[in-house]
Design a protein around this ligand. Structure first.
Ligand code: GCW
Length: 721
């Protein structure tokens, strides 16, 4: 091709892209995945316009009204024509009902709707009803209708042909919660999207429109509860002054099927109750919690319950009084039981005085307590035994507490996965844990099956996600961090969804349905988590991040309590690297069922991704790839950097398919991510090289700075502390 023709082609392409981008409205991300822009496929648009003429909604409770309002808002936007509520059913009416008559049920082909949908599920189906062609959204509860309404809109947002409108779904878990680590002064622990969205100072009188939009977004992905204050709690939230504020939020959320929960500070009876002790066996303390709980229910009649972080990282707890976790949890469980409230007692506990492997401590403390809690008490367990590291093997407590409802705790905020500057789509991270086989009841006893209660017939089941939401205009800071809020909710609803399915729908709703955008961006998202692991903590490395703020690399971080230092975890020395948790080391492997134990115990069978989690291996150890450990580490760190570069150039090609505002935002963040990936690689490899004393592979890019330079970097005001 001659240069002139090439140039002409390029010119035409830029003109076309400019025209296209001019046609795209400016966006700031506030609307999340609920944008409801006109369907841009003319054929589909007319198909929808023909198939949908009005909505017929039975009932008028606040939740049903929310469903109705959302349908009208969404359909008007998507179909670009006025869609109203109608009082009689005709062709094209969307029928929304939680009490379908026999005729509708037979049109749907079901006899026992409750069995099909459970409490929160729903059906969406094309039906012939009373001689008319309709679309039915049916459920057994108002909440089910609301979720069905959002799913119906999603079908159109993701441009499914009308003939494919057919959904039958049931929630996998009963409690699908967000955990906010928001403080009363509006800072957010490990929050990277500005300050807390709860404006405590102006509540209860000023109700920010954000509260309703927050509830809509959550309801759209099936979230039905929210713990609004930090697990490092302040007892003031339990005083009247704050309870009226909490009640104001609960009033907004209620219409979206969302209950409010609070973190309870264990020492509250002393701090705000004037008692001398918080001993859970003290009758006065028990009476105080009972009365406090009753008071809360006078403000918030559907209050969900308490989350507790006890005897962990300085938080008070029953062990301060020589009692155990069950004693504390039972006291609160008893106070909540008459109101149908629940306790979520966190298993994130470890004691730096205990000279044992930190990875073993939660299991050691909780395993003996199995069976001593109450039916309304959950033990809430993080996905892994250390702390939301970029990669951890599943927590051995999954499968170890058959007599206790166990709630999963995932982190949505990217404390250890690049905070708000790195694009990291976390569905593959959540799925990796959920799909891990515990072997608790033989092969196939996945973590998902432990938490959905099916292995032990638990009725109380749940998942908690530590929120990444703040008051930044786009809610999550990084535009792609919205996908983590989204995928968390979708997985809490249905753990069988694939990361790919979820990414696909999120991209279509959040950005565009154009295949040229959807496919490459989806691929980029799906690979992004592995990329982050590669340039931060490949091969099972963990806990080597910056001190306190956890921003950037810090494999040299030492001093203070050993289990907060990096060398405690990587154990690099002249002989090799890695934490020996095998039977010749801390024997943390013994906490897993035999099949898993023997797999992890032998470096030959231990998956490479967990190798240095469980083994301390020589620098010249040969991996399955044939490379030495040192070379493989270098290769992984480099691959991570290369992948970020590839993401960055791929993103360049996406210009023109979406609004310039969000495009540029992501572009600038990818530039930051590229710098940070190199920083991680260079700092970690230079540091580990001081032990390995081995050269970098010949073709490897040279580190930009010296190790001393990386060690000297300080970030006094890094966000999230
Ligand atoms: O990962 C650690 C975080 C703390 C957090 C703690 C927890 C809320 O660095 O900031 O405290 O976990 O989960 O309790």
């Amino acid at each position: 091709m001659s240069l002139r023709i090439k140039k002409l082609g390029f010119l035409l392409l830029s003109v076309a892209l400019t025209l296209l981008s001019n046609a795209i409205r400016a966006e700031d991300g506030y609307e999340l995945w609920l944008r409801y822009v006109k369907v841009d496929n003319p054929a589909l648009l007319s198909e929808y316009q023909e198939a949908i003429t009005g909505i017929y909604v039975e009932g008028s409770t606040p939740v049903v009204n929310s469903a109705k309002e959302e349908l009208i808002l969404g359909l008007n936007g998507l179909l670009a024509k006025p869609i109203q509520e109608v009082k009689t059913v005709s062709d094209g009416t969307v029928i929304v009902t939680s009490s379908p008559d026999a005729q509708l049920l037979s049109a749907l082909g079901v006899t026992d709707l409750k069995n099909v949908c459970g409490e929160d599920g729903y059906m969406i189906k094309l039906v012939n009803y009373k001689g008319k062609k309709n679309i039915a959204i049916v459920a057994t509860t108002d909440r089910g209708l609301l979720y069905g309404a959002f799913n119906f809109l999603r079908l159109i947002q993701t441009q499914k042909p009308v003939k494919e409108f057919s959904v039958t779904t049931k929630a996998a878990l009963k409690y699908r919660l967000l955990n906010h680590w928001d403080n009363l002064n509006r800072t957010v622990e490990r929050g990277y999207a500005g300050f807390s969205i709860w404006n405590w100072h102006l509540l209860p009188d000023y109700i920010s429109p954000r509260y309703k939009d927050y509830a809509r977004a959550n309801a759209s992905i099936g979230i039905n509860g929210t713990v609004i204050n930090n697990v490092n709690a302040n007892a003031l939230i339990l005083t009247k002054n704050y309870l009226v504020k909490v009640a104001a939020l609960a009033n907004v959320f209620r219409a979206y099927g969302i209950k409010v929960y609070l973190t309870a500070r264990f020492s509250a009876p002393i701090e705000i109750g004037g008692l001398k002790t918080a001993d859970p066996l003290d009758p006065e303390v028990r009476a105080w919690w009972k009365a406090k709980t009753e008071e809360i229910y006078t403000y918030i009649p559907d209050f969900g319950g308490f989350l507790v972080k006890a005897n962990s990282e300085g938080q008070p707890g029953p062990q301060n009084y020589d009692r155990n976790h069950a004693d504390g949890a039972i006291m609160l469980g008893e106070a909540l039981a008459p109101h149908n409230g629940i306790v979520m007692w966190r298993a994130f506990v470890y004691d730096h005085e205990v000279p044992d492997d930190r990875a073993k401590q939660a299991y050691n403390e909780f395993k003996p307590l199995d069976g001593s809690f109450l039916p309304n008490v959950f033990v809430q367990v993080k996905n892994g035994a250390i702390d939301f590291q970029p990669r951890e093997p599943f927590h051995p407590l999954f499968g170890a507490l058959p007599k206790t409802p166990v709630m999963m705790e995932f982190q949505i905020t990217q404390e250890y996965l690049g905070q708000a500057t790195n694009l990291c789509y976390m569905a593959p991270y959540y799925k990796e844990c959920l799909e891990s086989d515990t072997y608790y009841k033989g092969q196939g006893s996945t973590v998902a099956k432990v938490i959905d209660g099916s292995l032990d017939k638990h009725i109380n089941t749940g998942m908690a996600g530590v929120s990444n939401i703040g008051d930044e205009r786009n809610w999550t800071g990084h535009p792609f961090a919205q996908s983590n809020w989204y995928c968390y909710g979708r997985l809490a609803w249905d753990m069988n969804l694939t990361s790919e399915q979820i990414a696909d729908e999120w991209i279509r709703m959040t950005f565009t349905n154009k295949t040229q955008f959807v496919e490459p961006v989806k691929k980029m998202m799906l690979e992004s988590r592995e990329t982050v692991v590669n340039y931060m903590t490949p091969l099972g490395l963990h806990h080597i991040m910056g001190e306190s703020h956890h921003y950037g690399p810090g494999p040299w971080v030492s001093g203070g309590r050993p289990d907060w230092t990096a060398p405690y975890y990587h154990r690099a020395d002249s002989a090799g690297i890695g934490f020996n948790r095998s039977s010749t080391g801390s024997n943390a492997v013994s906490q897993y069922y035999p099949e898993v134990r023997s797999m992890f115990n032998d470096p030959k069978t231990c998956p490479d991704i967990y190798l240095l989690w469980f083994h301390h291996l020589p620098w010249d150890y040969r991996l399955k790839s044939g490379n030495t450990l040192w070379n493989e580490m270098c290769i992984k760190y480099n691959a991570g950097v290369d992948s970020v570069r590839a993401m960055n150039s791929l993103w360049d090609e996406m210009a023109g398919y979406i609004d310039t505002e969000r495009f540029q935002h992501v572009k600038m963040l990818l530039n930051i991510q590229e710098k940070e990936a190199r920083w991680w690689r260079d700092a970690c490899l230079l540091y580990f090289q001081t032990f390995s004393k081995l050269p970098f592979p010949a073709n490897m890019e040279k580190p930009e700075h010296s190790l001393d330079y990386y060690k000297s970097l300080k970030f006094k005001f890094a966000p999230g502390i």
